[in-house]
Every structure is written in structure tokens, then in C-alpha cells.
Design a protein around this ligand. Sequence first.
Ligand code: NAD
Ligand code: USQ
Length: 398
Amino acid sequence: MNVLVLGGDGFCGWPTALHLSARGMKVSIVDNLSRRRIDHQLGTASLTPIASMETRLGTWHERTGRVIEFSALDLAHDYDALCELLRRSCPDAIVHFAEQRSAPYSMRSPATKRYTVQNNLAATHNLLCALVETGLDAHLVHLGTMGVYGYGGNDAPIPEGYLPVRIRDAKGRWRDREILHPTDPGSVYHMTKTQDQLLFAFYNKNDQIRVTDLHQGIVWGTQTAETQLDERLINRFDYDGDYGTVLNRFLMQAAVGHPLTIHGTGGQTRAFIHIQDTVRCIELALRHPPRIGERVHIMNQLTEVHRVRDLAALVAEQTGAAMRFLPNPRREAPENELQVDHRCLLDLGLKPTTLSEGLMQEVHDIARRYANRCDLRKIPCTSRWRRDDGETPTAAVA
Ligand code: NAD
Ligand code: USQ
């Protein structure tokens, strides 16, 4: 299979590119390296020392004999170059990770709100438009988010994308329909993902573009089988207040002796998946494409559900770290239950990796190994959801 990995320099994209290449697929990465620039603008860096793209790809070739190509291209701006790339490479499938993915960054300032909307929506729309213009029948696998639904599955499980509803027709008879699940985004970033869904639905209906949208939970961990082969292949590890996600932050905070930063009561319940399972899920999605004319496949990509304060307690118990309850910088429900249907990927063969499998220790060990690279000043979450919630230091955009 010939696969383009858009956003292949990022936290999920890099290990995915290696995983697919290791399975004999022909892989090409597209990335504008904006994530590295944002780190620079925020004055932070991955906890792990990530190599340049040139070194990453050279090392992969040296260690495995396999070649991954790279195109430096901005999907939101380089439309003609994207069409040219599609015509030249004729991929069977495209994995689309290339968006600004931090909720706090998207809420940081008017500039970062506008950047997130312009970047994410233009990237997704350019891609769909380019598929139509070039006439290429490639399967598009997109990384969406559980956050499109909101996190309110208190009474019934959140289904996989489509909600069965019953409505009355003109003659008063009940009719069964399936509609896209109503959206309830909690940040400008999550809002862009809800809009991506409409773009997919339209291009699927109008142009028969084949799409799988993977609504992923919070990814934790850092290494996969392939990124562990050589230190120059190491994956990024975000720990800062904008890009660091909750479980990796707690494990890293424990490693550097920082109290665990729990927002509010820590009653927020979220879906989680380990990075090794992320790459497996993407392979499964690629191997099971929708047929031409089929509606968008939507699968919930997670393996378990946890409450933030329970995760903090688990990390504290394992490491002896202190816990600190902080005023929540976000506007979100202080407590929620979460039930999610995620049978699709299990039915395709996913064998879930869970927190209990020793991997928390592995992440903690990596964080300890690179603890000297941590800038403690970058740990607090300084982005505020509303201006009257306090000052948010602003930042330039990529
Ligand atoms: P990331 O920021 O590490 O990677 C995204 C990559 O896309 C970066 O390398 C960036 O340079 C590139 N990119 C962004 N805009 C681009 C553009 N216009 N043109 C070309 N390249 C561009 O993010 P990630 O954690 O790897 O997430 C990848 C995808 O998975 C995102 O779409 C995100 O919404 C989704 N996701 C991530 C998580 C998570 O916990 N990390 C959870 C659920 C969903
Ligand atoms: N939180 C803390 N302490 C921290 C950091 C976060 O209590 O130090 C809390 C947050 O307030 C929130 C929860 O933990 O309630 C999750 O925050 P997060 O930063 O781990 O995750 P989130 O902002 O939701 O975003 C991440 C990814 C995003 C992806 C999303 C999946 O950055 O790209 O879409 O997870 S989901 O959460 O399922 O929508």
C-alpha cells in the first residue's frame, strides 16, 4: 500500500509513519514543521531530544534499509503543490494528522484562535478539494477527537459517530434515521474538528470521497516498537502547559519532583489510548477502507476511560509524587461520567494496551532520563478560556 502521512513529523504521525513503513508499506511524509516552530515561539521543547527530519529519515534507512520520503508542504497554503504531489505519488491512502491540536494553544489569544481555525479548516478542505480536482480515489483516514461529542455520556454510551433517532413524518408516522451525533466542542481546537466532520460528510456525499474519521481519546506514552530502535528515532514528549496532555504530564511531573497539577476537582473523565495502540488502529483503519459510495466510517479510538483525579492518585501512589488541586484554567464540566462505544476497532482486531501493563513505569523512566531538559517554568497551564478568568500571556503564531 502506498500511503501519504500528513503531519508525519508530529507526536502521532512520526510513529505511525515508522509503523506502516516497517510493515512494508510505501510511506511518504508531508509536514510544514509548524509544530517545531510553535515550540520555539512558546519557548519550550519536547522533553525528549527529537532529531531533524533529515536525521530521522536517514537513521530509519540506516537501521532498516527502508526509505520514507518527505515533502515540506503547508496543506493550508500550498494547494497547487498538494495537487502536484497527489498526481505524482498516486497514494492508495492518506492519513491526515496535520492540524493544530492543542486546546489550550487554540484558546491562548485571538491570534492563536484564528490560526487554529484557518490552519485546520483550510488544511482539511484543501485536501478534500485536491482529491476531487486530481480525481484520485485514495482512502482518507483522519484523526478526529472524542472532544467532538463533548464528554457527557452520563445516561447512555456515546455511539460511534452516528446517533439513531426517531422522528415523525408528515403523516405522523414514526421514521428511524441515523444522524451525525450532535457536537459539543469545548475549545476552538475541538470546534475545528466538529467542522471537519461536515466537510467529510459533504465531500463523501457529493464526490464519493472515501473517509474514515477516527475519534481519538487522549494519547499517552511516547515510544513505539520502531521509535525505540535508535535514540535518533525517538518520539516527541510534550510536557508544557499547552501541548502536554494530562497523563504524560503527571508522569513527567512525578519524575522531576513537581506536584501533580490537577485542574479543579479532577472530576473530568476522559478517554485514553497508548501511542502503540494509536499506530495499530491506523493500520487497521487503512486495511479496512469503506467502499465507494459508503458513508463516512466513524470509529471511536480509545482503549479505556479514566477520571483525572484517579489518574493523579495512581501516579502519586506509584511514585510518591504530591498532588496539587489548582483553579481550572478551562471552562469545562467539573465532574462528568463517560461511557463510550468503541467496538469497531476491537472488532477489527485491536488488542488494547492498558495502564496496568507496566507502560506507566516506562514513560516515567523516559521522563527521568531526560529530566535535565525540563524547564519547570513551562509546566503551568497559562492559557485561559475566558479573558475575565485572568491574564493569558500571548504568543505569536506559526
Ligand atoms: P502534533 O502537533 O504533534 O502533530 C501534528 C503535525 O502536523 C505537526 O508535525 C505539524 O507540524 C503538522 N502540521 C500542522 N499543520 C500543518 C499544515 N497546515 N501543513 C502541514 N503540516 C501541518 O499533533 P499529534 O499529537 O501528533 O496529533 C495528530 C492528530 O491527532 C491531530 O489532528 C490531533 O487533533 C489528533 N489527536 C491527537 C491526540 C493526542 O493526544 N495527541 C488525541 C486525539 C486526536
Ligand atoms: N488537565 C489537568 N491537569 C493538567 C492538564 C490537563 O487536570 O495538567 C485536565 C484538563 O483540564 C482536561 C483533561 O485533563 O479536563 C484533559 O486535558 P488534556 O490536555 O490531556 O487533553 P485535551 O485538551 O482534551 O486534548 C488532548 C489532545 C487533543 C485531543 C484530545 C482528545 O491535545 O489533540 O483531541 O486530547 S479528547 O480529550 O478525548 O477530546
